[in-house]
Design a binder for this molecule. Sequence first.
Ligand code: NAD
Length: 260
Amino acid sequence: MIDLCVLGPGGRMGQQVCDLAIASDSVRLASAVERKGAPAVGSVIASSSISIGDALPSGLSQAQVYIDFTSPAATAEAAHQAIAHKTAAVVGTTGLDSPCQKALDELSNVAPVFVAANFSPGVALLLHLAKTAAAALGSEYDLEVVEMHHRNKVDAPSGTALALGEALAEGRGLNLEAARESNRDGQVGPRRQGEIGMFAVRGGDIVGEHTAFLIGDEERIEIAHRAQKRSVFAAGALRAARWVVTQPPGRYSMSDLLGF
Ligand code: NAD
């Protein structure tokens, strides 16, 4: 049995992770930590005896691994705190900035750290297929990424869209930062050779959809993934938690877990 701490248990993803952990026979929900002042603090998680706390050191000290679907600032803070406890980390928060990556790198010197912008096995395959397709089709096929998410998502493009852009760029031998174009508005002129367009649609309750377009003069390929339920990410995060506690300190990703 693996003892788990869930960060952000009051959030959309945190709730899913708690539900699956409670139903699991290989993971035990040991603690759950929200931000100070969050409405969920003090409430008891349904079908468990776990009360949601706001003290990170205490929550981390009760667990072998924590799962983090929160915000970049909370992710950096948790990684700093986890160093003292050598707690393994599974991080699904997106929009991670460089201070955040630095904190995760520091934690990975003493504990295994698993980071994925998307925990669905289907998206891991999508990235693999997109890279292969971009390499196979060559530069006469233009590359574009479109992603769609629910109206409450706060970062754009999504972490998965950026990973998909990276996969296309790698396949084509491009640098994503130089190739990326997310702003076509007004007299923007014709498309640049080697550009990778990346666009975000927001609305309703869309769980997450990503499409890579490879567009030639006479045909186009679309490689798409549609998440139907948020639980696919929670299940992937729990799978990552079970696996990562068996690994030595270091950084890990979905390709390490799935072997793509
Ligand atoms: P959400 O806003 O519903 O939940 C975030 C939760 O984190 C909230 O309950 C908030 O109070 C809590 N939180 C904020 N600061 C905290 C702190 N310091 N300590 C503890 N808890 C804190 O958001 P969500 O839809 O659950 O998404 C959360 C993150 O996960 C986003 O970055 C999103 O893009 C990402 N996400 C990743 C995947 C994936 O597969 N990797 C899938 C879905 C969402």
